[in-house]
Design a protein around this ligand. Structure first.
Ligand code: SF4
Length: 210
């Protein structure tokens, strides 16, 4: 596990909790979360503890799971989603994956986890196809709506390339986190705007560490 945050309002509709898993071998050029690639770079978190934390979030309407690649841990992901379905049935679940929909369905282990999702954003980030939509980094990625709850929450929301792309800043464990799906150039613009105010970003997740 990389980190968690509440409330999240920039990765799906409503008041959400965000969970970021640790570990991804897909390696999309231009990924803004290089800090989540190393599978040994996170911590081990019991599913029961995560579920208890989610059950205590006031006003929670949805959970977004990103990373890292959640489907590279298909059994724990499935167990977490099964628990969520049982304990918080009115809470929708959006999961981000760098695998295509076909690749997820081809793998019995990943397909087993996917059956518990309401919505999955699938496909690798492709910088030359950016931007994608409010919740997709690049236009090749697909917003797969899998359940009636997913349709109710996500179906009515405009998600095209012209859609608003909210970005949120969170402070967890003494570090600032940018939450959302930035459009091309957004990260540079934010960095330059901060520099003009005398704030230098020394260690950012979208550049390899020196
Ligand atoms: S965008 Fe997602 S799938 Fe692609 S390298 Fe980054 S974490 Fe992995």
């Amino acid at each position: 596990m990389s980190r968690r945050h509440f409330p999240v309002t920039s990765l799906g509709p409503g008041i959400r909790a965000g969970l970021w898993v640790q570990g991804c071998t897909i390696g999309c050029p231009g990924c803004m979360s290089l800090d989540t690639w190393d599978p040994a770079g996170g911590s081990t978190t019991p599913i029961a503890e995560l579920l208890a934390w989610l059950c205590e979030r006031p006003g929670l309407t949805g959970v977004t799971i990103s990373g890292g690649e959640p489907f590279q841990q298909p059994e724990p992901l499935g167990a977490l989603l099964r628990g969520l379905r049982a304990q918080l049935p009115a809470v929708d679940v959006l999961v981000y994956s760098g695998y295509t929909t076909a690749a997820l369905r081809r793998s019995p282990r990943r397909a087993a986890a996917m059956q518990w999702c309401d919505v999955v954003v699938t496909g690798p980030y492709v910088a030359r196809r950016a931007p994608g939509g409010a919740w997709r980094g690049s236009a090749n990625q697909r917003l797969e709506i899998l359940t009636p709850l997913g349709r109710e929450r996500f179906g009515a929301v405009g998600e095209g390339a012209g859609a608003a792309r909210p970005l949120q800043v969170g402070l967890d464990d003494g570090r600032w986190w940018l939450i959302g799906v930035p459009a091309p150039g957004d990260l540079n613009r934010i960095e330059q705007a901060l520099a003009r105010r005398g704030v230098e970003l020394a260690d950012v997740s979208w550049r390899p560490r020196p």
